[in-house]
Design a protein around this ligand. Structure first.
Ligand code: SF4
Length: 458
């Protein structure tokens, strides 16, 4: 057991870094030097503790050096624990007066990011600058959450999941009220939705009538001449019907996300899904027949029971379907996930294998003319690896880019949605949250409307 003594500094970010080197069962953290006995004690030097030390990165570098020497490990993302490396890279470029070489050097030397991840970050940054103009004033991104799914995936940490359909009506009624409220507020403020994203959960879990009404509501209230992208998540292919795809087209959606996660039937059964690869192919076929929809497809690296050959077979089967966007996720096993109960150290044991999968994916996607256009990290992913969005033919998912840039207000509706107001003067976001439980959301909607009113419309 290793012990860490922090002498009163704010610990959470540092614990994240320690966890990237050591499993939680291998260390403890104390505030005072006389804490629990342990085989090895790492104590922050006085210069790095107390209110006088504002340089968090210096603390992280100190810990990184000690931990790397102790374990023999180096981390691909160095001391970075945040989820937006591209945003940080952009800030470094700006500070260096546009000098990207300087930003790359700082990424490697000050943040200890590997050559490969620095290169990936710089490529994503360049791609975004080439493809996506800064958001125009008065535009927002609009998110609407449908927190229902046909079954619960083994790695799911959201409150989304199966629900008796009889309870859906009350949720949709509350959501309609929130849409009315937000649409009126946006009209008063002269805001328009540049992007609309209906996510979840699985929005196509709704039956055809409810789905059509939801999309009609969204279009009437929010879609306008300035709306460039309208995405609907249809994560589970077994919830997609020709009629739902036609409703998307009728109501102006131009992007759909069909997310197999794996094209391996045994894996899909293992993670708790009710469909196989055949349903994915059928959903793609229907979407192409309906037309006018760009397709994104997600795959996950590090799923239980899969090796690199399984993963690359899935990717190859997916590429045969020619989606416009592909997003490769590193599996995140968070506290609320069933998989975490089965194996608390899953993220550690599958780290190297998942890293190999991401490398294989980058190579295969480059070979098929996909370029990385957005990238983010999550906590508790296998090997602390990243999620990367790839696009063919210069057609990125605009909403995804905006979310990661954090330079535009995101107005989010529905259970679990978090609204972020962008304050340009201070280049920061302030937030208002909706509760994540759909039943409580329905009961306490007024509170959430009041929060939105204060944040966005006063
Ligand atoms: S599809 Fe997504 S939200 Fe639904 S259960 Fe699976 S991981 Fe959770």
């Amino acid at each position: 057991m290793r012990g860490f003594v922090f002498g009163g500094v704010q610990k959470n970010e540092y614990i994240e870094l320690i966890k990237m080197f050591l499993r939680p069962s291998e260390f403890s953290v104390n505030d005072a030097a006389d804490g629990a006995p342990c085989a090895l004690r790492i104590e922050l030097p006085a210069a790095l503790t107390g209110a006088e030390c504002r340089d968090k990165d210096a603390v992280k570098r100190f810990l990184y050096d000690r931990l790397s020497a102790l374990t023999g490990k180096s981390l691909a993302w160095g001391i970075l624990t945040g989820i937006r490396p591209v945003k940080l890279f952009g800030e470094l470029v700006e500070k260096a007066g546009g000098d990207e070489v300087c930003a790359r050097r700082r990424f490697r030397d000050e943040y200890y990011v590997s050559e490969a991840k620095t290169e990936l970050t710089a490529r994503v940054y360049a791609r975004q600058r080439a493809l996506v103009a800064p958001p125009a004033e008065g535009t927002v991104g609009l998110y609407i959450g449908i927190p229902f799914c046909p079954t619960r995936c083994g790695y799911c940490s959201f409150t989304a999941g199966p629900v008796p359909y009889a309870r859906v009506g009350a949720y949709l009624a509350a959501l309609r009220r929130e849409m009315d409220f937000v649409a009126a507020g946006m009209a008063r403020k002269g805001l328009c939705a540049e992007t609309i994203y209906i996510g979840g959960g699985t929005p196509t879990f709704l039956n055809e009538t409810d789905f059509d009404e939801l999309l009609a509501c969204v279009r009437r209230r929010f879609a306008g001449a300035g709306t460039e992208e309208f995405t609907v998540e249809a994560g589970r292919p077994d919830t997609i019907t020709a009629e739902k795809l036609r409703a998307m087209r009728r109501h102006g959606a131009n992007r759909v996300s069909i997310n197999p996660q794996s094209m391996n039937d045994a894996t899909l059964a293992r993670i708790g899904r009710d469909h196989g690869a055949k349903a994915v192919r059928a959903a793609f076929r229907l979407a192409r027949e309906v037309g006018a929809l760009r397709i994104n497809a997600d795959l996950i690296a590090g799923l239980p029971g899969e090796d690199e050959a399984d993963f690359t077979r899935s990717l190859s089967a997916l590429l045969d379907l020619a989606p416009e966007n592909v997003t490769i996720h590193a599996l995140a096993v968070k506290r609320a996930a069933r998989l975490r109960e089965e194996d608390a150290e899953y993220s550690y044991t599958r780290a190297e294998q998942a890293a190999g999968m991401l490398r294989a994916a980058a190579e295969a996607l480059a070979g098929a003319s996909y370029a990385p256009y957005y990238l983010y990290r999550q906590k508790q992913t296998v090997g602390n690896l990243e999620n990367t969005g790839y696009a063919r033919d210069g057609k990125p998912g605009l909403y995804n880019v905006r979310i990661m840039e954090e330079r535009q207000t995101i107005v989010a509706l529905g259970a679990g949605a978090s609204t972020k107001l962008y304050v340009p003067r201070e280049n920061r976001l302030t937030r208002a949250f909706n509760v994540s439980d759909y039943g409580i959301y329905t009961e306490r909607l007024e509170e959430m409307l009041a929060r939105k009113q204060r944040l966005l419309f006063e």
